[in-house]
Write a protein that binds this ligand. Sequence first.
Ligand code: SAH
Length: 386
Amino acid sequence: MLISDKFCCSLSLSPTLYRPLNLPVINSTDSTANESTLASKKHLLDLSASDLIAWLIEKGHAKFRGGQILHWIFQRRATEFSQMSDLPKLLRQELEEAFQIYVTQSEATVTSPDGTDKLLIKLRDGGEVECVLLRDGTRRSICVSSQVGCAMGCVFCASGLDGVDRNLTKGEILEQMLLLQNRLPDEERLSHIVMMGMGEPLANLDRVLGALGIASNPKGLGISPRRITISTVGLPPAIDRLSSVGIPYNLAVSLHAPNDELRSELVPVNRKIGIDAVLGSADRYFETSGRRLTFEYVLLGGVNDSEHEATQLVHLLRKRNVLLNVIPYNPVEGLPYSTPTKRSIANFRQTLESGGVNVKFRQRKGSEIDAACGQLRRNRGSISSN
Ligand code: SAH
């Protein structure tokens, strides 16, 4: 699997089309009474299958209704209980009173001419996250957020500029996947998931795993773990936990520098961790999962793109079974970084390839740049929403 095909945070989206999603939203003009009723309803997507069955039994319904409800939501793309035509009317009413399937509001949608949709969605508490659908040949990949904001502080990234507000719930992670799936025509299915949106997935591992468990379940979205990638800044204890879970998700580690001095500057959490520990846990993940590792390297002009860094990277990676995914920086307004020149990209590539590193360079899609990860959220004041 080529992660470069699925990378979304450095997408260059042209802001040609801003339009609302044609999906159920909480209408902000509704009465306060209505809003409080909605807020008191549980998010159905947060329930486990056993929670749902317990609720059904308590209400006097058969267990198998649980499977029917999930089938309607994940496979038949129902957005409302009233569409679930093979459920008894009473059950549909009771579900309606107790739960909401979708709890988010669409704030903005950016559609690029190359078939990429980037959504900014508002959560029940007002927090905002982004998620992306990429169409590439027969692939339908999605990039999903795990947190509101990010605490990792990578100095070039828009997502963490204001720190982290909170972890997303399992239901909020799943809802992004469903919102993106619902944009596809009935005959198309999602094929790949990357946890590369806002936030650090390994800092919210339980909920990320809960959501991915349903995404990979044939009765859920039915996407094989081998087509699911978790991207991390590199948190060794959490990578080890992921190894022990034993599900063969792909792991992508955001390296961005080949030595601790530079990495600690660019990725501040590295100060307390260090590259050796990150690589050690990544190696253990490879041993237990058998999945080839991906390392991500955002190329910042004049910062980490010299011959010296390329040579150091060769030493770090050449003996490992990895893919190095090099991404030219997607500029973020207000940050002092720039995309490297074509020449320095070519030199960097040459050094890595001749050093025997398996490397992919992601090309930026066109010159317009709008939406690096977290930028849509920051810039939404300047675009027309809904
Ligand atoms: N926290 C996780 C996942 C979210 S970021 C991680 O660090 O991997 C996903 C990827 O997007 C990371 O490799 C991140 O460094 C990269 N990224 C963030 N901002 C970017 C930008 N402006 N241009 C290019 N890549 C960016």
